[in-house]
Design a binder for this molecule. Structure first.
Ligand code: ARG
Ligand code: ZN
Length: 840
């Protein structure tokens, strides 16, 4: 078992680097990397360099060969002068690199991924984010396009030179060499500097890169407008690669993207894909200031850049599209991924204080909760103070590698507030539970709040946190009697009173989801229906309907009756639907099986996946029957003419598909079949296909889809994903096994692997099949992938993180599957850490 790294052990690096020069002689099997690094001492200590899997050919200090022997993955050189040049020549094998970390090949092109610790797979270097240097890179290769960070210095046949003047840590290094074509534009920054913009794709993919390029321009404009941040090089390159472990990477001036987050046409990408492309292009671009110009001192501080950059990309999408719809979608993701993580064996704070493998900490907690914490901070200090604090952050810390303490100090200094208690949001794991009880007498409403947070691994005690509680009051006739007010809760229990009320109001609680907490309150279905009909806060309005549906579904899944009030309240939602189709679609979507199971578990009972699945289907059929005419009318009315991937069109299509899901319960898939055959866009084709799979009429459409898209990897990923996802739970594992046996199940490609395996794990009743077949299938494939790509294996093992909430028979089967993974000889450090934590 690998050693645990602790935040408390961090020590400053004793040297500064004035210049890093790298020369690459690219070759698929034997790439040679020459480095020349100018070190200058700033404190006593030895030179420690990181390197993994390198064939070291030559090492020298100031031109004199040295014979240092690597101690594992480190090279330690002692007795050095105060300033010297370190030189190394190493050889690496990009073609053997299936882990996709460091320098590797994807579809015949060379590319890199260095965050978090990939650079040590390229050459000996202080591979830590607080060692920053300007880079000068020379690439020798017969590939036509040779790219690295910064500005181009010279290009000639077989060679290119790049210079990045902005000091950066090694994790932001990038190199690309391939037969690529650019889709280009230019941008003039607010101070008048011209920037060449290129999106690099494989020949033939140029027509699919336009939306990414437009999104980049919108991102650059937005960051100038919203944060006063300007771009700082003469060129900005984006490269799409097919083999990539995560979404994308913010390497300075040379972002590298998973091709699924770049390539899109109406025929091949859904509205959701377009929105993600825009959001991730923004995210990586925004990192130029929040991540690159100001980076992290160490990897424990990862949320310093990721939480802030997610928060910024969420703001960007809200501004480009519908803020209300974006907020609801973000909260749904947060609950599905982060609350789930926070409630289980993998719970950790946004700023962890120890880890074994840092790649296991690119989590929903670091990213999404990290963003929520910033949203709370902004709500507490106000918009103007937030902007002032950010201005101070940029001016004070430009060029530095920082900590969460630096970030908090900026807010304290800009606002004069003491944020000591607020900092608990960064250092403590777990989702606080906020309980509210209300009493109303003689025109006075008293709200009693209590907060508790359950223990998480390694953190038994949970002191009270600062919780901004945004609320409003709605009168019995539906009028708002109190506009949004933010209460600041700081104690374990606290009361707030509201006087002078004519009648008992309904509390619209946690408006805009003002804090990442779960809420417990007694509320009658009538009050929930009142909020669903009249709340002025769109998030709280959606939440009221969602809770009503969830309560009904849970009652049904646990042998009681329920849901009648929700079904009745939908009449109002359907009446209002044409005015805001995207919002209506969110209100019409029933909570998924996973959320129902989570909520049952949170309430102290054992969820039954089959009963949950049956209850949800039955309720859908009932709703469909009750409103068949309205669904049919809306389905026709929401047809779109020419496809545009904008929020307006996407909203209409989302409502249309929400209606189709209900109608397919009654028409046996007739409409879906017609839509599948006639739609001119992937959003509706995929939506229709999913309904056809669920109704068991998909054999022919699946064959047609395959015939049409067999040569398009990204579209075929959808084909692999929807089948296990939408198949009846009893058939899904068998179907997944058939798909896994196909020659085009190119499982070493992370997108393809994830499509099939995560498609199955997202089918709740199939993954948690009583016979353990879901667990066995997933464990089998994780064991197969681990030696090839440990990072993706480890990430996907979190499918098991909820196993302890199910019945003892299922638990035993999941535990056995996890134990088989744990016992695999040579199991990676990545997966070993995950499985050990899940089993603990
Ligand atoms: N910094 C990237 C982002 O934009 C994530 C890259 C992480 N990759 C990894 N292998 N850990 O969020
Ligand atoms: Zn990021």
């Amino acid at each position: 078992m690998a050693a645990t790294q602790y935040l408390a052990d961090w020590q400053a690096y004793p040297f500064q680097i004035d210049q890093t020069r790298l020369t690459f002689h690219l070759d698929p099997r034997a790439t040679r990397v020459l480095s020349q690094i100018e070190f200058r001492r700033i404190a006593p200590g030895d030179l420690v360099l990181d390197g993994v899997g390198l064939t070291t050919l030559h090492l020298a200090i100031d031109g004199k060969p040295v014979t240092a022997t690597p101690e594992g993955e480190r090279l330690v050189i002692r007795d050095l002068p105060d300033a010297f040049t370190f030189q190394a020549e190493v050889q690496i094998d990009p073609q053997a690199n299936t882990a996709l970390e460091g320098l590797y090949l994807s579809g015949g092109m060379f590319c890199t991924q260095c965050e978090a610790q990939g650079f040590r797979h390229i050459t000996w270097y202080p591979d830590r984010p607080d060692v920053m240097a300007p880079f000068h890179v020379t690439i020798h290769s017969d590939m036509p396009v040779l790219l690295s960070n910064g500005n181009p210095v010279s290009q000639s046949a077989g060679m290119a030179e790049w210079h990045d003047p902005w000091p950066k840590p090694a994790y932001l290094f990038a190199l690309v060499a391939g037969d690529l074509r650019a889709v280009s534009d230019s941008f003039t920054t607010m101070s008048g500097a011209d920037v060449a913009l290129n999106v690099w794709v494989r020949p033939g993919d140029e027509p699919r890169a336009g939306y990414a390029l437009e999104s980049l321009i919108r991102s650059m404009q937005w960051d100038e407008r919203a944060y006063g941040r300007e771009y700082d090089l003469s060129v900005f390159n984006i490269v799409a690669v097919d083999d990539f472990n995560m979404g994308a990477m913010e390497n300075k001036g040379l972002n590298i993207f998973n091709s699924k987050l770049v390539l899109a046409t109406a025929e091949t990408a859904t509205d959701g894909d377009y929105e993600r492309i825009e959001g991730v292009i923004g995210h990586e671009y925004f990192h130029n200031w929040t991540g690159n110009r100001i980076t992290c001192r160490d990897w424990f501080q990862l949320c310093l850049k990721e939480g802030l950059t997610v928060f910024r990309d969420q703001q960007f999408t809200s501004d480009m599209r519908s803020a209300a719809v974006k907020r609801i979608a973000d909260v749904q993701t947060l609950r599905a991924r982060q609350f789930r993580e926070d409630a289980g064996p993998l719970a950790h704070p946004p700023r962890p204080d120890h880890y074994q493998e840092i790649n296991n900490f690119y989590t929903a907690t670091v990213y999404e909760k990290g963003a929520e914490v910033i949203g709370m901070l902004k709500r507490l200090v106000g918009d103007d103070a937030y902007r002032a604090a950010l201005d101070l952050y940029f001016s004070r810390h430009d060029g530095q590698a920082c900590t969460i303490e630096d970030w908090i100090a900026v807010f304290q200094d800009a606002t004069g507030r003491d944020l000591t208690q607020f900092k608990l949001w960064y250092t403590d794991a777990g989702t606080p539970r906020l309980t509210m009880t209300e009493t109303f007498t003689d025109g006075t409403l008293v709200l009693d709040f209590a907060q508790t947070t359950a223990p998480t691994p390694g953190q038994p005690e949970k002191p009270a946190r600062v919780i901004p509680i945004a609320l409003g009051l709605i009168g019995p006739n539906g009028d708002q009697v109190l506009d949004t007010t933010v209460l600041e809760m700081t104690d374990a229990t606290q009361s707030f009173r509201f006087d002078g009320l004519g009648a008992r109001p309904v509390v619209s609680l946690l408006r805009g989801f003002s804090a990442p907490v779960t809420v417990t309150r007694q509320m009658s279905p009538a009050d929930q229906a009142l909020l669903l009909a009249h709340d002025t806060d769109p998030f709280a309005r959606w939440q009221a309907g969602h809770d009503l549906a969830l309560d009904g579904l849970i009652a049904r899944a646990t042998g009681a009756t329920g849901g009648a009030e929700f079904i009745r309240a939908l009449a109002g939602v359907l009446d209002d639907a044409p005015a805001d189709p995207a919002f209506a679609a969110l209100c019409l979507a029933l909570p998924g099986d996973e959320e129902i199971a989570t909520t049952i578990a949170t309430r102290g009972a054992v969820p039954d996946p089959d009963a949950i699945h049956a209850a949800r289907r039955a309720m859908m059929t009932e709703i469909a029957t009750a409103y068949e005419a309205q669904f049919a009318g809306l389905y026709d009315a929401m047809a779109t003419e020419t496809y545009h991937p904008d929020a307006k069109g996407a909203g209409r299509r989302s409502l249309r598909l929400a209606c189709l899901a209900y109608l397919s319960r009654l028409d046996g898939g007739d409409r879906a079949q017609h839509l599948f055959a006639s739609a001119d866009n992937m959003t509706e084709r995929q939506g229709a296909l999913e309904q056809l799979i669920a109704t068991g009429r998909a054999a022919q459409p699946l064959a047609e889809f395959e015939a049409q898209f067999r040569d398009n990897r990204l579209v075929m990923d959808k084909w692999f994903m929807v089948q296990p996802l939408r198949a009846a739970p009893g058939d899904a594992v068998a179907r997944a096994r058939e798909l896994a046996a196909r020659p085009d199940f190119d499982w070493k490609n992370p997108n393809r692997f994830r499509a099939l395996i995560a498609g199955l794990t997202a089918n709740h009743a199939a993954f948690h099949a009583a016979d353990g077949s879901g667990y066995d299938f997933v464990a089998e494939w994780l064991m197969k992938l681990d030696p090839v790509n440990a990072q993706t294996t480890a990430r996907m093992s979190s499918a098991f993180e909820t196993f302890a909430r199910y019945d003892t028979a299922r638990q035993a089967k999941a535990r056995a599957a996890l134990q088989r993974i744990a016992d695999l000889p040579g199991l990676s450090r990545n997966t070993a850490e995950m499985v050990t934590r899940i089993l603990a």
